[in-house]
Design a protein around this ligand. Sequence first.
Ligand code: NAI
Ligand code: OAA
Length: 342
Amino acid sequence: MLRAAPSLLRRSARAYSSSSSHVKVAVLGAAGGIGQPLSLLCKLSDSIDEVACYDVVGTPGVAADLSHCPTKAVITGDLPSAGTWPPSGNSGLERTLTGASVVVIPAGVPRKPGMTRDDLFNTNASIVQTLVEGCAKYCPDATLAIISNPVNSTVPIAAEVLKKAGVYKPAKLCGVTTLDVCRANTFLAEKLGCSPKDIDVTVIGGHAGITILPLLSQVPGASSLPADVLDALTVRIQFGGDEVVKAKAGSGSATLSMAYAGYLFTEGVIKAMRGEEVVQCAYVESTLTSAQYFASPCKFGPDGGVAEVLPFGPLSSYEQGWLDKLLPDLQKQIDKGISFVK
Ligand SMILES: NC(=O)C1=CN([C@@H]2O[C@H](COP(=O)(O)OP(=O)(O)OC[C@H]3O[C@@H](n4cnc5c(N)ncnc54)[C@H](O)[C@@H]3O)[C@@H](O)[C@H]2O)C=CC1
Ligand SMILES: O=C([O-])CC(=O)C(=O)O
């Protein structure tokens, strides 16, 4: 009674047939709470040939450690200048980014209890700006997956940086909202008493508080839940990040679940590059609503970018109420990112 084709990643007959080219994934912020387990998951992946770990600290150690895992991916670890593993003449960011197909960016500070994601803006905006300037220079064709918060603003920052450099391709710039989908699937499955693997909730909007909107009404088994249960579930998904920040009590925010979500997103991009049919939610430049950037289901294509921003389907009146409320908030956070670079 749940969705017939629930997987985040949908297979087609062309699976794995179209490309055997070298797939390099760069992780920027690779020594951090998200970066380390994300790099591990990438190192364990059969579809990744090279994992390039970059951070301002610790990456030679992270790379040396991961290199002992007996899997096919070659691993490197770079700092901004000297200090690489294995030793190399290139400067750190250049070596990391050159030849990358996908660049995943979890660099930046995480929240502490009492903070909003927007409170991270002052620190993370310039970190993302600098790193994306490097992407514009060394891997202008790569797909960029932005994890650093506030995603609602850091994606517009990245877009403005790429525009300034003359290499902006909207289809190749995504904010990663996969953790919202993971939470929605997990929490809804708990309520319905089924496996989260049998559920694929579409989550639209942005990635902060009320800008996150799970479309639970579209999941057949969920639409019959009482209104108060649906409301509690919606709010729990919107504020799932706060749940972790509170439990970690000052030591950071979601890292392990985010690493898993970032890995799922990256695998989705790579599977699409190899010819599989992949639809996954992402925060991208969009004309679906009045907000310039908006998370919705996106079909990924063989170049690793978004081939089509898909419509998000019918909303219940409850969800329409949230959408009306979130759009002005989201646009404000987008404008803040744009003005930072302009
Ligand atoms: N999009 C999403 O769903 C989620 C986003 N996040 C965000 O991800 C970011 C990272 O979180 P954590 O890994 O927990 O933080 P962390 O502090 O553990 O790691 C961040 C890493 O970034 C590195 N870094 C800082 N400046 C850098 C620069 N200029 N170049 C390269 N690396 C740099 C740091 O050295 C550190 O190793 C935060 O902004 C957090 O809010 C966290 C969870 C979910
Ligand atoms: O809540 C945070 O600050 C980290 C995050 O984005 C999430 O867990 O969704």
